[in-house]
Design a protein. Structure first.
Length: 210
């Protein structure tokens, strides 16, 4: 977590030099730091992830408004609502060590979910390109639709949500790089690494396929 926060601060300093006077740079730093705390706690299966998650969603949504990333705006509203239910589910699955007990999907269910996600992503991208002035419609769609599915799997405590989050985070690096917001680039780059750590941590816990 400390490395991720340091990365945000360094990127913020560099960003001040390259984007002098940007009114959103401080908000990007705040959102990035909140996001680092949230995903690190998720990787540790700690229910406190939701405290930082709610705050990160609010700040990140405002950044997306400034860039007209409509898919990202919609999904963050979805995050906010689903996290309320997520607190309830995670509290029910807390173990004696106050960490949530994970479970696993069968391979056939995982493949079905991934296939459906890809199809819906292309449809959403076409819709954004056709009916909105979205500046990056297909990237926006493929950072939105898989994240919708990953959020559900995360809330239901399935370890496979990490595979989808990794794909979302890699594409989000490209999305924000093209938008010129390097605080968000560093955030999502760190999140990619955290996905690998989270997958390892969740896999090392006892679970059954469902």
């Amino acid at each position: 977590m400390a490395f991720g926060l340091l990365l945000q601060v360094v990127t913020f300093i560099i960003g001040q030099w390259s984007v002098s006077g940007s009114p959103w740079l401080w908000l990007s730093l705040l959102s990035g730091c909140l996001g680092v705390c949230s995903v690190c706690l998720t990787a540790q299966r700690n229910i406190l992830t939701y405290v930082f998650g709610f705050a990160q969603v609010i700040t990140y949504t405002w950044l997306c408004v400034t860039q007209r990333f409509y898919g990202e705006i919609a999904i963050n509203a979805y995050y906010f609502v689903t996290m309320i239910y997520g607190v309830y589910v995670w509290r029910k699955r807390l173990q004696s060590d106050q960490l949530v007990a994970p479970r696993s999907l069968s391979l056939s269910k995982l493949l079905l979910i991934v296939s459906g996600t890809v199809v819906l992503g292309w449809i959403a991208g076409w819709g954004l390109a056709t009916w909105t002035d979205d500046t990056q419609p297909y990237l926006d769609a493929f950072t939105t639709v898989p994240a919708l599915v990953a959020q559900i799997l995360m809330i239901l405590v399935y370890r496979e949500h990490w595979y989808l989050w990794l794909a979302v985070d890699i594409l989000s690096v490209a999305l924000w790089w093209r938008a010129g917001d390097y605080c968000m680039v560093s955030q999502y780059s760190f999140w990619c690494l955290n996905c690998l750590y989270g997958l390892y941590h969740w896999r090392s816990s006892g679970m059954r396929s469902e």
